[in-house]
Ligand binder design. Structure first.
Ligand code: PEP
Ligand code: MN
Length: 336
């Protein structure tokens, strides 16, 4: 339930209302917008007499929220969330450009790629240290060493780093990681999400292989319900009957999510298509459709990559792409 307060109110009136709502066992989330103050009521709101609250002279409006996600709901938080990551931001009109290899393979590899993507305008470096591979015999990532190498690349370039967590028992290794990625396969690992909700780290939450938009939002809600509001949503393609592409990129999730939530939306055209040649056009389309950023796999030697070489751009392809998407972004950001 949402209670919109009038500008003409006094602190005592509000605190009496807060005490009464809390006495019903509900939690309150205050949202101070530029134009209005909203109280988001969390819990079993069937106990609240809506007409009674509406009748209060300092209350402008009261609305029931049907959706099961509250913290992630735009009704609770009308303005876009802007998530701060190091000295860059995600959401609120900027274009986040996250790039790097699927997996961290060596110091030379990650540092060389980091320098090249930075020169092309990337705002963050990605790289998997813990890899969720379909086969147990495939390269599983350099694990702790991979995170150390990412930190070296961060030191050399100043780029914030994004890397995937697969098990909460590894959380201590992520202390200096700027953005923790929850991969598609873990989108509904609710215990992991709950624990990440207790941290204040930005979380890049990828949509599950066969998850609906509502399920993605409910997973974001798990993190936010624990107190961590720094959630970035990521569409990375979903399973369909199509086999030409690795997955099917659901770009219509951008307007759908934009309406439903205030959280930033990032598109991953690399895992969505699985084909390097398809990545540029899908990136153009994503930015034109209003995405807040792109996460793209870039490798200095795609043919010999230990993971996902076929979908990885070369540094020069990436350089060309960042110029194109920046040009598209500068046009579409002025659209209503
Ligand atoms: C990745 O980003 O390298 C990855 C494994 O992505 P996803 O979870 O989307 O498959
Ligand atoms: Mn990958």
């Amino acid at each position: 339930m949402i209670v919109v307060l009038k500008e003409s109110r006094n602190d005592e009136q509000v605190s009496n209302l807060v005490d009464w709502i809390k006495s019903l066992g509900l939690d309150i989330h205050f949202i101070q917008g530029t134009h209005r103050t909203v109280m988001g009521l969390l819990g079993d709101t069937s106990l609240v007499d809506i007409d009674l609250v509406k009748a209060l002279e300092f209350v402008e409006d009261v609305m029931r929220v049907q959706e099961p996600y509250k913290n992630a709901n735009r009704k609770f938080h009308p303005e876009d969330s802007v998530i701060k990551v190091g000295n860059t931001t995600v959401g609120g009109g900027s274009l986040a450009l996250i790039a790097g290899p699927c997996s961290v393979e060596s110091e030379e590899q990650i540092c060389e790629i980091a320098k090249s993507v930075k020169a092309s305008g990337a705002t963050m470096l990605r790289g998997g240290a813990f890899k969720p591979r379909t086969s147990p015999y495939a390269f599983q990532g350099l694990r702790k060493e991979g995170i150390n190498l990412l930190l070296k690349a961060k030191k050399e370039t100043g780029l914030p780093i994004v890397t995937e967590i697969m098990d909460i028992s590894h959380i201590d290794l992520f202390d200096e990681v700027d953005v923790i990625q929850v991969g598609a396969r873990n989108m509904q690992n609710f215990e992991l999400l709950k624990e990440l909700g207790k941290t204040n780290k930005p979380i890049l939450l990828k949509r599950g292989l066969s998850s609906t938009i509502s399920e993605l939002l409910m997973s974001a809600e798990y993190i936010m319900a624990g107190g961590n509001e720094n959630v970035i949503l990521c569409e990375r393609g979903i399973r369909t009957f199509e086999t030409v592409t690795r997955n099917t990129l659901d770009l219509s999730c951008i307007p759908a999510l934009r309406l439903a939530t205030h959280l930033p939306i990032i598109i991953d055209p690399s895992h969505a298509t699985g084909v390097a040649k398809f990545v540029p056009s899908m990136s153009h389309a994503a930015v034109a459709a209003g995405a807040d950023g792109l996460i793209i796999e870039v490798h200095n030697d795609p043919a010999h990559a230990l993971c996902d070489g076929a979908q990885s751009l070369t540094p020069s392809d990436y350089d060309k792409l960042t110029k194109q998407v920046s040009a598209i972004h500068s046009v579409v950001k002025n659209f209503d």
